[in-house]
Design a protein around this ligand. Structure first.
Ligand code: 5AD
Ligand code: SF4
Length: 442
């Protein structure tokens, strides 16, 4: 029996790609092992969104260089593979497989080539008009499942490497997405997360021609599925109908991750984001006016070329105005092939760090205040597991908040009984900046 080890970096798309890669390998007779030194084949599914992420895979490859002599095969998958291509063989000569996500459908053939002793196997074509579909997905979480609805990205944000690493947009048919959802429901999954670099630009390639809101409504009707989430959205393609769909059906989670990147319209223009601050705020207003209480989160980049102190102040003011429940913030990182490379005027690293720290401090204060307002309220938590250290069940609300709680009748998991995969009404008793804690209401 041949064995493989896989380590995954990056976003949920990558995590889900790995689930499909693992399923494919298992179906080809491989066995997964937990440590690289036990494996015949060591795979890294990589991310290149920022330079730091990209460097991780080269560190890993460095660590295992010495293993080369022991007959192991090494493969680099994902975004760094697509971006660096055959250059990886030069930097790390012990690597024998380099494949980007648009080539995973060919993985079985690539494995055969590897096994027959081909030293350098590549899957680097982006010339692919189909999303990767496989019956062999090995899902990691028994209650929440990812479904890819669209792959690739047709936007050209000036800082972003994704169009180069994941290629042009390819939507799956609504029929195949719904079939997958029904199958997951049959298998007992309660929650589905729809994935895509830009789910809002989903367009059903079959004659039905559904847009994203139509698909979302249909997902909310799948028997047995109790929560549907989606990520990630692009403000330009985010239409009000999506909010209307969420308003109509509580199965659709009341959380929207709407990356803004900057609060300054002039930075947004240079980023080629295709919306102004005002246009973004209009989408925020739709959410605030919705009947349901929609949680809003975002991504922000500080130190984009030419970002002035005033631009940055606009971003800080945006945080005050929107009152996000959470945000991911990053220092701008130059990426190969991207348009922003042309925009000289690089902001010093310590200035980026200063802005990042100010931004995060401001957001932390907002979250502490917003979360503390929830003390005393009752919300529904889906149980994801148990934290031995805190002796709490790990729960998540429809708004995607972590709500850990104690359960008087079942304080801990027993051999024959766990609360994982069940839902409880929980009274919030404590609030921190990043999570809530409470007690089940029995
Ligand atoms: N530098 C810093 N952050 C980036 N992101 C994307 N590209 C870059 C880059 N070159 C951030 C954006 C995006 C998130 C996934 O990563 O905020 O929304
Ligand atoms: Fe990283 Fe972007 Fe690739 Fe996801 S799509 S793995 S975030 S580079």
């Amino acid at each position: 029996m041949r064995t493989f080890y896989i380590e995954t970096f990056g976003c949920q798309m990558n995590a889900h790609d790995s689930e499909k890669v693992i399923g494919t390998l298992l179906s080809q007779g491989y066995q997964q092992v937990a440590k690289p030194d036990q494996a015949d084949l060591v795979l890294y599914n990589t991310c290149s969104i920022r330079d730091k992420a990209e460097q991780k895979v080269f560190h890993r490859l460095q660590e295992f260089k010495k293993e080369h002599g022991k007959g192991k095969l090494f493969g680099v998958l994902g975004c760094v593979a697509q971006q660096e291509g055959e250059r990886i063989f030069e930097r790390a000569p012990h690597v024998s497989l380099v494949a980007g996500s648009a080539s995973y459908a060919k993985l079985p053939q690539m494995l055969v080539q590897l096994e027959s002793g081909t030293r350098r196997v590549t899957g680097l074509s982006l010339d692919n008009d189909q999303a990767f579909e496989t019956p062999f997905t090995q899902r990691d979480n028994p209650h929440r499942a990812y479904i890819t609805i669209i792959e690739g990205c047709d936007k050209s944000c000036a800082y972003c490497v994704v169009p180069f690493t994941r290629g042009p947009e390819r939507s799956r048919t609504s029929q195949s997405i719904l079939n997958e959802a029904r199958e997951l429901a049959r298998m007992g999954y309660l929650e589905i997360q729809l994935l895509g670099q830009n789910v809002n630009s989903y367009r059903d390639p079959s004659p039905a021609g559904w847009d994203f809101a139509r698909l979302l409504r249909a997902m909310g009707e799948v028997d047995g599925i109790r929560r549907v989430r989606f990520t990630t959205s692009h403000p330009r393609d985010f239409v009000k109908d999506i909010i209307d769909a969420i308003d109509e059906n509580p199965v659709l989670c009341n959380h929207v991750h709407l990356p803004v990147q900057s609060g300054s319209s002039s930075v947004l223009a240079r980023m080629q984001r295709l919306y102004t601050r005002d246009e973004y705020m209009r989408r925020i207003d739709w959410m605030k006016q919705a009947r349901r209480n929609i949680s809003i989160t975002t991504d922000i980049i500080v130190g984009f070329p030419g970002e002035t102190e005033e631009d940055f102040e606009h971003t800080l003011a945006l945080l005050d105005e929107v009152q996000y429940d959470s945000l991911f913030s990053f220092k701008y990182s130059r990426r190969p092939n991207t348009a922003a490379l042309e925009l000289g005027d690089h902001i010093a690293e310590d200035e980026k760090s200063r802005r990042l720290a100010i931004l995060q401090e401001k957001q932390r204060a907002i979250q502490i205040r917003r979360n503390s307002e929830l003390v005393g309220t009752v919300d529904e938590a889906f149980v994801e597991g148990y934290n031995q250290a805190t002796r709490q069940w790990i729960g998540r609300t429809t708004q995607n908040r972590t709500l850990n709680f104690i359960h008087p009748q079942q304080p801990e998991p027993r051999e024959d009984a766990t609360l994982a995969g069940t839902a409880w009404r929980v009274r919030v008793t404590r609030a921190g900046p990043n999570s809530l804690a409470g007690e089940a209401v029995i």
